[in-house]
Design a protein around this ligand. Structure first.
Ligand code: 13P
Ligand code: SF4
Length: 310
């Protein structure tokens, strides 16, 4: 057997031994996706974490995702293969600066994208993900003033979709900001039949070329259902593994980054490896540990999101 097969066998044995569930985001490397019990976008993963009967949650994703799973399951052990798997969006919103921003807009409701730390969640009224942000804003009374944090690109997209004004925190995702509009247009000229499908964390200049905009799960479903057979994918290319598996025979072309970048893989997501996943399960660490009061405060806006997107 190959070393990968040995690792997969060992991970599957540990799943049974620990009564563990492996949850993976679409931006994880293919080997991790193939060993996962559930692969999804941030909302799907939160729902799975909220509903699981497993004793141990192994989160193959980034820190804020594992932290969300822990907030939803304070009594369960949540393991993250590499604790350094962070997120540029979460890092772009430090709690002290955000507290001051919030204080400067006292009559505003705070909607925070799930890509933020537990400290920011604790300061928020409602959490959203890329798949429910538009619908959550639409469910609020039109006169309600809103702060949207931390992703300015998703915030602008939500404003455009809902016709609502919002005060935006100026954060962004380092991966989705590095797609090149110029190279995308050139690629479209070479593939005139292809549909452009993009994640709303991309900048508006890129999104204006998209035939469809959605979360990773929405992009996957769109590619499955569209009568077209060729797609230019403007998000982290890890999702292409599932697109090729679930929409067999269709062609998926990763959108190119600007000249200064070699690829659009998320450096944080890709810190996790199959070997680190195995070691995390074997030694039951690194583990997510959170202050119980912070956990309690951060749960409320997450629960509100789950209720508003039931
Ligand atoms: P979704 O999982 O909501 O598609 O968001 C993508 C992302 O950037 C996760 O970090
Ligand atoms: Fe964060 Fe962007 Fe990586 Fe998602 S893709 S984890 S938003 S840096």
């Amino acid at each position: 057997a190959s070393p990968t097969h040995d690792l997969v066998d060992a991970i599957n044995a540990l799943k049974r031994e620990l009564n563990a569930v492996v949850l993976a985001h679409y931006y994880q490397e293919s080997d991790i996706q193939d060993v996962a019990d559930y692969i999804g976008d941030s909302l799907g993963l939160s729902r799975q974490a909220a509903d699981t009967s497993a004793d141990v949650i192994v989160f193959a994703g980034v820190h804020f995702m594992a932290e969300t799973a822990k907030i939803l399951n304070p009594d369960k052990q949540v393991l993250l293969p590499d604790l350094k798997a962070g997120c540029s969006l979460a890092d772009s919103c430090p709690p002290d600066a955000f507290a001051a921003f919030k204080a400067a807009h006292p009559d505003h409701l705070v909607i925070s994208y799930i890509n933020c730390t537990a400290a920011i969640k604790a300061m928020s009224d409602i959490i959203c993900t890329s798949s429910n942000a538009v619908s959550i804003v639409q469910q609020l009374p039109s006169e309600q003033k809103i702060i949207f944090a931390p992703d300015q690109n998703l915030g602008r997209y939500v404003m455009q979709q809902t016709g609502r004004d919002m005060v935006l925190w100026q954060g962004s995702c380092m991966v989705h900001e590095t797609f090149s509009e110029k190279k995308l247009v050139q690629l479209q000229m070479n593939h005139p039949e292809a549909e452009v499908i993009a994640h709303p964390e991309c900048e508006a200049v890129v999104l204006r070329h998209a035939h469809f905009v959605g979360s990773t799960t929405a992009l996957l479903k769109y590619a499955q259902q569209s009568p077209k057979s060729e797609f230019i994918v403007v998000t982290e290319p890890g999702i292409i593994h599932q697109m090729e598996k679930q929409a067999r025979g269709k062609v998926f072309i990763p959108a190119p980054p600007v000249a200064s970048c070699t690829c659009n893989e998320c450096p944080h997501m890709r810190l996790n490896t199959l070997e680190k996943l195995y070691l995390a399960m074997k030694y039951r660490q690194p583990e997510i540990v959170l202050d119980s009061e912070l956990q309690r405060q951060a749960l409320k806006p997450i629960q509100r999101m789950l209720d508003l997107s039931a």
